[in-house]
Design a protein around this ligand. Sequence first.
Ligand SMILES: C[S@@+](CC[C@H](N)C(=O)[O-])C[C@H]1O[C@@H](n2cnc3c(N)ncnc32)[C@H](O)[C@@H]1O
Length: 256
Amino acid sequence: MRKADYSKISASYDKGRSLSESNIEIWLALISKYIGPRKGLTLLDLGCGTGRFALPIANRLNCRVVGADYSKEMLAKAQEKDIKGVVTWDYENAQNLTYRDATFDVVFMSHLLHHVDSPARVFTECKRILTTSGVILVRYGAIEQIRHDVEHTFFPEALSIDEARTPTIAMVEKWLTDAGFSDITTEEVVQQTFETSIAHLESAKVKNTSVLTMISQEAFDKGIDSMSEYIRKNQDDPWLLFDRLTLTVGYNSSLK
Ligand SMILES: C[S@@+](CC[C@H](N)C(=O)[O-])C[C@H]1O[C@@H](n2cnc3c(N)ncnc32)[C@H](O)[C@@H]1O
């Protein structure tokens, strides 16, 4: 599988993927809903990148947070932002974790699955490191949600890469079931990722999604031109502002 190079992406990742306060609130509320009222839980943000989620989770939910990632450069960016040292940052391969069995109460992951060779193996590892009452929360853009989004429309080369590496919701649910998770539920979350269409264009210009770093320069330039042209004519089209995402949740032991 072709891999995005996060040693390079780390430099501009936060510029292209800033998370607004209202989006942070949406996701923290969802995480709280699924982890319940228990206090002092230990949460692993797997594939944490620059800590977009690990930091607000540690600062605002009553959890002890570990952020793990397989890119030293992404972890360095995360650590730079963690001035108060609220998160423990670990260099880990999600497919072969070094944590002991039953170390965490919660595993959260965002946009990780399409980067790994074996998502099934990641889920087996998550099952192993979760406590018996543990919960896994998987945030991702399923292929059926992203196929017609802005990036995949204006950058067709990106679509062929993502068609090959991005799972459907059914695939994620099956991997979780096969790994032994129970009570699996999925919900779609629509978030306003961009305040304006110009902000979206600026974000695309810094290659806001990893797949834009994987296409040819020619395809990238062509895509930016067509996106600019579309925005010039349809500045207020909400399609330019909103993203459809999925949260799939599973429990280590059945709730029944
Ligand atoms: C799209 S970024 C998502 C980062 C973060 N979760 C977020 O939503 O902002 C994907 C992250 O997965 C990490 N990653 C890729 N393969 C990995 C692996 N095998 N184990 C752990 N992290 C991995 C990359 O280094 C990168 O930081």
